[in-house]
Design a protein around this ligand. Structure first.
Ligand SMILES: Cc1cc2nc3c(=O)[nH]c(=O)nc-3n(C[C@H](O)[C@H](O)[C@H](O)COP(=O)(O)OP(=O)(O)OC[C@H]3O[C@@H](n4cnc5c(N)ncnc54)[C@H](O)[C@@H]3O)c2cc1C
Length: 496
């Protein structure tokens, strides 16, 4: 049997489909033919507008011009997420993409701050984080810095529809063939069960050697045709519905996402150049759709631009994301809460992994196994980080009480308790969220460590205060030179 992969068919033209098409055509386009099938009748999910900093690697790999990208997708800058009311109603905290203080071997900045805080210092850990300082002052600039203390990690908010179209144009220029049509049947090889062709409503068949399932929540190939099992994580992540609605832009475009807790779920607000993206993620046990609609619309703070759309979902993951000659990318591979904007990132890592393990000369079980191990680890680490937000809360509402009292994965309990006892956070291989992220969310959700690293005792009280004061001053230094976020967007896009 000739196993060579010559033709790859991508099923679906949402964010996952066009990101896959763009990356595959850019990297492997000279070696494979790529066809993408999508149905205008079904359309795309239309949400997914906040990202995390590694998205810049996709743009770099594709060779995109950042000014053009921002202009074409009506993007804004994202420096952080602000969580309102997640620990207790009326209080909030930031999870920024920055890091507090200056990094130091063995004993990170937080240990010095913890010692000072215990002695009565009233600054917060965020006072030492440039991302936070800029986010709250509504500022942004692409700083060219020699000292990493001023590095400002950022991501984007963008219009999901425009992003898909932008990548479609890119992919078509690179030779990707787009076929519009509703897939009504999937043909399997009777001997090895591999997918051989898609049968369209028109009666046409689209054949391929390898298929990437980007068909969204339904998982047309991976789950429906191949019957791959799904691991449900609803007992840890109890929201099962979302309601999304765009609204008019505010006068000022904030450089951060807002996540606002409500008694039966939470609301997102994503500021774009031309509008806000809004939505409510909720548990159907705690809010009816009517209640959800009234919560969402009453909290918009700008005029809705369309009717709210309901999106039912299930959290969890497809067990074997690579099964036979199908790899699931995007929502077909599983879904975690949009709380930390990780789905587009998971699309990115799935494509990168597929390219890394691409089966040019045939599908080898070892490759498949490796792919599936990595995707599983990645999903599980993100899952734990998201559970953390729900679990550590001090709210009284039934929904929040339940998530506080639930049993969580043992690895997560260990991580929280280690921090509570010692102020220490370990970075795990394959966890995209590193120490500063865990630190901010654990502190923000009310965990103050009992102890700190002994190196923080190497300074006397006065030296410690001086160190903190100097660090704060250093972080503040570039602030005067940094323009307002809207000013940056205007100057940056105009300059193209
Ligand atoms: C409420 C919510 C909020 C989210 N927010 C974020 C966020 O802020 N950040 C983030 O990173 N991610 C977010 N996500 C996830 C993000 O929306 C998705 O990861 C992303 O849009 C990718 O979707 P997709 O391409 O897999 O699926 P879809 O957009 O659903 O695309 C599926 C494609 O398959 C095609 N298709 C399906 N069936 C057929 C058929 N029978 N025949 C032909 N074509 C077919 C459709 O036409 C469509 O083109 C969010 C998700 C939800 C539910």
């Amino acid at each position: 049997m000739n196993d060579r992969i010559r033709k790859v068919v991508i099923v679906g033209g949402g964010t996952a489909g066009w990101m896959t098409a763009a990356m595959l055509s850019r990297i492997l386009g000279s070696q494979i033919d790529i066809e993408l099938v999508e149905s205008d009748d079904i359309g795309v999910i239309g949400v997914g507008e906040a990202t995390i900093p590694p998205i810049q690697k996709v743009n770099a790999a594709l060779g995109l011009d950042e000014r053009e990208f921002i202009r074409e997708t009506k993007a804004s800058i994202k420096l952080a997420i602000k969580f309102d009311g997640w620990c207790v109603p009326g209080e909030g905290y930031f999870h920024t993409f920055g890091a507090p203080g200056r990094s130091q071997a063995f004993c990170h900045f937080q240990h010095f701050w913890i010692r000072a805080a215990k002695a009565g210092n009233e600054t917060t850990i965020w006072d030492y984080d440039l991302n936070y300082l800029c986010a709250t002052a509504n500022k942004f600039a692409k700083l060219q810095v020699e000292d990493p203390v001023w590095e400002m990690q950022y991501a984007y908010h963008f219009d999901a529809g425009l992003y898909g179209q932008y990548l479609r144009r890119y992919s078509e220029r690179k030779g990707v063939r787009r076929t519009e049509g509703l897939i009504e049947d999937v043909r399997l090889d009777p001997e090895d069960g591999q997918v051989t062709a898609l049968v369209l409503k028109s009666g046409d068949e689209v054949k391929g050697d390898f298929f990437v399932d980007c068909s969204g929540i339904r998982g047309l190939l991976i789950r429906q045709a191949l019957g791959t099992d799904f691991e449900d994580w609803g007992h840890w992540l109890p929201c099962d519905r979302a309601m999304a609605v765009p609204s008019e832009r505010f006068e000022t475009t904030l450089p951060y996402t807002r996540s606002i807790a409500h008694p039966g779920g939470w609301q997102w607000r994503i500021p774009l150049q031309h509008r806000n993206g809004n939505g409510l993620v909720y548990s159907s046990e705690h809010y009816s759709d009517d209640e959800a609609r009234s919560v969402l619309l009453s909290k918009l703070e700008s005029e809705p631009l369309a009717d709210p759309v309901i999106i039912p979902f299930r959290t969890g993951r497809t067990l074997r994301q690579w099964n036979r000659n199908v790899v699931a990318v995007g929502l077909s591979s599983g879904f975690l809460e949009p709380l930390e904007s990780t789905s587009i990132h998971l699309i990115q890592t799935a494509i990168t992994r597929l390219i890394t393990y691409f089966p040019h000369n045939g599908i080898r079980p070892k490759l498949v196994d490796q792919y599936n191990r990595e995707s599983r680890a990645e999903f599980e680490y993100i899952r734990d980080f998201i559970i953390l937000h729900y679990h550590l809360n001090e709210r009284d509402d039934g929904f929040w009480k339940r998530t506080r009292e639930m049993e969580v994965p043992e690895r997560l309990t260990h991580k929280i308790e280690l921090f509570r006892e010692t102020g220490t956070i370990t970075n795990e291989h394959m966890d995209i969220f590193l120490e500063p992220s865990w630190l901010q969310v654990m502190l923000g959700q009310g965990v103050m460590p009992r102890d700190y690293h002994p190196l923080a005792d190497s300074l006397n009280d006065q030296q410690l205060e001086e160190k903190l004061r100097m660090t704060q001053q250093t972080k503040m230094q570039p602030m005067d030179r940094i323009p307002a976020h809207d000013e940056f967007l205007e100057m940056f896009c105009k300059a193209s």
